[in-house]
Design a protein around this ligand. Structure first.
Ligand code: ADP
Ligand code: MG
Length: 504
């Protein structure tokens, strides 16, 4: 039970490992990394830009302030007066968060921060009755800051300061400072962050959805292929994917899959036909044997002649079956690819010997052409079997005295062609390919009781092809059949002054 639970758990999460999920996930990861990089760059850039802007403003302000102060009358009193006027103008433009201070040499300070401005009443300080006059943090920062830019933290808020020295006649007479709360930097940056979080979330969700949809589209033929493959059984090979998408890699795969199914279906079909034919061929002799035995069993007085007759018929049929089973075994071995064991043989004596034996089998006009001299790399027994099959066919399709001709010639130095010709009825052109199929017999041959089960040429082809050669049927000059096959692996005898026509 726990195993079953585990399986359910497994299948529930399997889609996670699917192509779609992986693609969507990859897109998301890439996107997150890209967004994060862009965010960091923008966040920092915004900070720097706003800070630069503030510095620029502070500098402009400080210079403007400097220019508003008198040039000739540099007594502290005059400076303080001018500074106060300037600050009043500044503040009257509207409430400003900017802090100003003028530290006059030998003349105190002027500032828009009231507690630093002793020239006017300072209610802020007066209200602070509890102890000695306490200075606020920003007041101290303004009073003590050095020339140039600086940033100080006041109540945990960054305050940006800029101080310049005011010189008159080459002598420093005062220092002007301008301060600005740098909160704008943080505000700008959090604005950037908010935009990024919003846009990023939207983009990410869109990317996941689109990525998943895109991957779905992409992998649909793959999933169809998988389900087709699952439906295919030895019994039903008719399923096809029939992909109609664009000609991409997936389509190529789907088409290849379909073609493979075509070939498989074909092979299974042939195999089924082969088994059916083989069974049928084995059944015929069995029926004959049973019939004979039944006849014998029904007879009350069995004579020795009856027994002899039955014995003869049964023997013939058993022989037929033996031949058939041998042929089937041979074809099975051919299918497994271990049919021939070639070795070098002397061609002319081999053919002569075989031919002499053939002439004894039937009353025909046997002819043997001139033989090339040399050695052939082939399986002697198997090649002899092919030649005997072809000769037997020629004999079967000719009458007494009919022509059966064997010729052997060299084709292109390393190939020899063997041909058996007769002057029988021949093989109709449309049958010339199919006669090599297993159990294939032409109608006229089928009508006769002679001949085999239609395996002779199939075996011949299997043996020839196992040697790397080819076999084909045609017509002889006499209008009969001509079946010829080629074998590679021939080497002409070099030294012997030959019977080869070219040299003699
Ligand atoms: N020499 C030939 N002349 C005419 N037909 C032939 C010849 N050889 C073969 N055939 C045809 O090819 C068929 C297949 O031959 P084969 O495979 O040897 O089977 P089988 O001899 O058992 O019929 C034969 O049934 C016959 O129709
Ligand atoms: Mg035959």
């Amino acid at each position: 039970m726990s195993a079953r639970g585990g399986n359910e758990q497994g299948s529930r999460w399997r889609w996670m490992r699917g192509l779609r999920a992986r693609l969507a996930l990859s897109i998301s990861v890439i996107l997150v990394v890209a967004l994060a990089t862009a965010f960091i760059a923008t966040y920092r850039g915004t900070g720097t830009e706003v800070r630069n802007q503030i510095d620029e403003d502070l500098r402009t302000d400080a210079i403007a302030f400097d220019q508003s102060l008198p040039v000739l009358d540099v007594r502290p009193r005059a400076l303080a007066q001018k500074a106060e006027t300037y600050l009043q103008d500044q503040t009257s433009f509207g409430a400003t968060t900017r802090l100003y201070i003028v530290r006059i040499r030998g003349g105190g300070t002027v500032s828009n921060l009231p507690e630093l401005n002793p020239a006017e009443g300072n209610p802020g300080v007066e209200r602070d009755i509890a102890g000695p006059r306490r200075e606020s943090d920003e007041a101290r920062a303004l009073r003590t800051a050095h020339i140039g830019f600086s940033t100080v933290r006041v109540n945990d808020e960054p305050l940006r300061l800029y101080f310049i020295a005011v010189e008159r006649g080459g002598r420093p007479v005062a220092e002007i400072g301008v301060g600005e709360w740098a909160a704008a930097v943080g505000r700008a940056q959090s604005g950037v962050a908010r935009t990024f979080v919003f846009a990023g979330t939207v983009t990410l969700v869109a990317a996941i959805v689109l990525g998943f949809a895109f991957a779905s589209r992409l992998s649909r033929p793959l999933r169809r292929m998988a389900s087709t493959a699952a439906e295919v059984t030895a019994g039903d090979l008719s399923q096809r994917i029939s992909s109609t998408g664009p000609r991409d890699e997936v389509r190529v795969l789907a088409d290849a899959f379909d073609r493979m199914l075509d070939r498989l279906e074909n092979a299974f079909e042939r195999q089924r036909g082969f088994v059916a034919d083989a069974s049928h061929e084995l059944r015929t002799p069995l029926t004959v044997i049973r019939g004979q035995l039944e006849v014998l069993a029904r007879q009350t007085a069995v004579t020795p002649a009856d027994v002899r007759h039955v014995d003869e018929v049964v023997r013939t049929e058993v022989l037929r079956m033996e031949r058939l089973v041998d042929d089937l075994l041979l074809l099975a071995r051919a299918d497994e690819g271990e049919l021939v064991r070639p070795h070098s043989l002397d061609l002319a004596p081999f053919v002569t010997e075989l031919f002499d034996a053939l002439t004894l089998t039937a009353d025909r006009a046997f002819e043997l052409g001139e033989l090339p001299q040399g050695r052939l790399l082939a399986d002697e027994d198997r090649v002899a079997q092919v030649l005997r099959n072809l000769a037997r066919n020629a004999v079967e399709h000719t009458g007494p005295g009919g022509l059966v001709r064997l010729t052997v010639r060299v084709l292109d130095r390393t190939q020899v062609e063997f041909a058996i010709e007769d002057d029988g009825p021949g093989i109709p052109p449309e049958q010339r390919d199919r006669v090599f199929d297993r159990f294939h017999r032409t109608d006229s041959a089928r009508a006769r009781r002679t001949g085999g089960a239609g395996l002779g040429l199939a075996i011949a082809r299997a043996i020839v092809e196992a040697h790397g050669g080819t076999i084909a049927a045609g017509s002889s000059p006499e209008g009969g059949a001509r079946v010829a096959f080629t074998l590679p692996g021939f080497r002409a005898a070099s030294k012997r002054a030959g019977k080869e026509p070219a040299r003699s």
